[in-house]
Design a protein around this ligand. Structure first.
Ligand code: ATP
Ligand code: MG
Length: 506
């Protein structure tokens, strides 16, 4: 008997079908992949299973029995647990409280102590090595928060675990650990549903995989009998290339004296990711990749370069567009031709409860194309947003919806379209394809390369080494707050770069 079955399930938002007549089943004790383009309806289907949304048609069956989960509490009683795409832990509460919240009859001290003992045991058993039970959740790293989410499901003894893009924000080591744990859970007979945009991951770790497109089920495959090309084709409806295959214009060797952006001996202490004597230059018509395991200074560098005024104690030199920029604010940099795609689109890139036009205006409040005498002319802005929606295939294609209604990948496309729209000469881009589907990755990579070929300078931060090697002209590897090595394009080699990322020599 299947652990779980969707039988003709539909879910509408107004007149829009986010899921239409979905049918697939998941065998017990397996890892089942759920893939599809951004906005295909993956999260919606799983939220329906988890009791967050009521369904508008069809039947969901758990172990052959039809269920109607009206709330997550009900779903949890049936043994279903979910780790959301955007975590839902209560930030200011402690780890322990987050895990036992809504689960323990009271908050008696004895109960809490018993819960803690139990949790320690679970953590041991699964090799999760977690110890910060009394830390506030918002003080944990993203990887740690995710471990808490998983501990919570184990504590609740969930038999079906739903993981919505669990690896999008993890370091490579954390990803390896996660999959080891999933394997262990599977061996115990638990059923796991894995949503991911990383097809390699899906191919390596799942037993079968279901593909959604535009709310509908395209098909289910046994993982061992399919491949990257077939899955991508099923997702997007056309063949997809996984490496950039377009033009890479060759320019005369860049004259180092023409650097657009230059940093020398940059040292920033007293922050969680300090920098020590960092120096490099960014030249016209190049993509300079920044590699490194998360936490080695890249975040501080990006924040400093886009807003040096936040780092009054920074030491060293920072020149951009022919001027000293130590202490500059973002507005001055933007006026000098810089644009930014920030690390975290939700907290830094978007106003979630504003429509797409307002979001497009962010950071362009001064652009003479839209602003006359201090008045913003939204009628001039709207066609720009419409063009962005067309160019990047943002779905749903409406300018008047809240940014929170776009799926994660579509939010990312909006942030990138906006950064390119101001026609900057220099772009600082962080994780441009995090959580983005394979078809959209192709489009975003083409857009970045088009800027380079037009002579622009791009500093590209990414945790995907494949992406950096595919696009960059040079790669800087950060380790322990410093540039540990530089690789030119003909030296690119994942093992060599990986070794430096881990603290080894070039
Ligand atoms: N609460 C909501 N109200 C209205 N529309 C919604 C809501 N939630 C999702 N949608 C729409 O339903 C569709 C499916 O969204 P969903 O989040 O399920 O996509 P997804 O497959 O998880 O995409 P991604 O890979 O980007 O996370 C999208 O077009 C989205 O805009
Ligand atoms: Mg989703």
């Amino acid at each position: 008997m299947s652990a779980l079955e969707f039988r003709g399930v539909s879910k509408c938002f107004g007149s829009f079908f986010a899921n239409r007549d979905l049918s697939f089943s998941v065998e017990p004790g397996t890892i089942h992949g759920l893939i599809g383009e951004n906005g295909a309806g993956k999260s919606t289907a799983m939220k329906a299973l988890f009791g967050i949304y009521p369904i508008d048609g069809g039947t969901i069956l758990i172990q052959g029995k039809p269920v109607r989960n009206k709330s997550p509490v009900q779903a949890m009683r049936l043994g279903i647990g979910m780790v959301h795409q955007h975590f839902m832990l209560a930030g200011p509460e402690t780890v322990l409280d987050n895990i036992i919240l809504g689960h323990e009859p009271g908050f008696l001290r004895l109960d809490r102590e018993r819960a803690l003992e139990e949790l320690k045991k679970i953590s041991e058993t699964y090799g999760l090595h977690f110890q910060k039970w009394h830390a506030r959740v918002d003080e944990l790293s993203v990887g740690e928060q995710q471990r808490v989410e998983i501990l919570k499901l184990l504590y609740q003894r969930s038999a079906i675990l739903i993981l919505d893009e669990p690896t999008a924000v993890l370091t490579p080591q954390e990803v390896t650990e996660l999959f080891e744990n999933l394997k262990r859970l599977k061996a115990e007979g638990k059923t796991i549903i894995l949503i991911s945009h990383k097809l390699k991951e899906v191919l390596t770790h799942t037993d079968s995989v279901t593909v959604l497109r535009r709310g509908e089920c395209v098909g289910t495959r046994v993982t061992a009998e399919t491949n990257e090309d077939e899955l991508a084709q099923m997702m997007v409806g056309r063949p997809v290339s996984f490496t950039y295959e377009g033009e890479r214009k060759v320019f005369a060797k860049a004259d180092e004296s023409r650097a657009v952006l230059r940093v020398e001996r940059l040292t920033i202490e007293g922050v969680s990711e300090p920098l020590r004597k960092v120096g490099f230059d960014l030249r016209p018509a190049e993509i300079l990749g920044v590699a490194g395991v998360q936490g080695n200074g890249q975040t501080t560098l990006l924040r400093f370069l886009s807003n040096p005024s936040r780092y009054r104690s920074a030491d060293g030199e920072y020149r951009f567009a022919g001027a000293n920029r130590m202490g500059s604010n973002p507005l001055a940099l933007r006026r000098a031709g810089m644009a930014l795609v920030p690390e975290d689109r939700l907290s830094e890139g978007l106003l979630l409860e504003q429509d797409l036009v307002e979001n497009y205006l962010l950071g362009q409040h001064e652009d003479p194309r839209f602003v006359r005498n201090g008045m913003i002319d939204r009628s001039k802005l709207r066609p720009r947003v419409e063009a962005a929606i067309r160019d990047f295939d943002i779905r749903p294609p409406y300018t008047n919806i809240w940014a929170s209604r776009l799926s994660g990948g579509n939010q990312q496309k909006l942030v990138i379209a906006r950064a390119l729209d101001s026609n900057p000469n220099t772009l600082l881009i962080a994780h441009p394809t995090r959580g983005v589907d394979v078809g959209a990755i192709e489009r975003i990579h083409e857009a970045i390369m088009k800027e380079r070929n037009a002579g622009k300078s791009i500093l590209l931060f990414s945790s995907e080494l494949d992406e950096l090697m595919d696009l960059s002209d040079r790669i800087l590897v950060f380790y322990n707050g410093a540039v540990a090595a530089e690789f030119s394009r003909r030296e690119f080699d994942p093992w060599a770069i990986g070794r430096v990322m881990g603290g080894g020599a070039k």
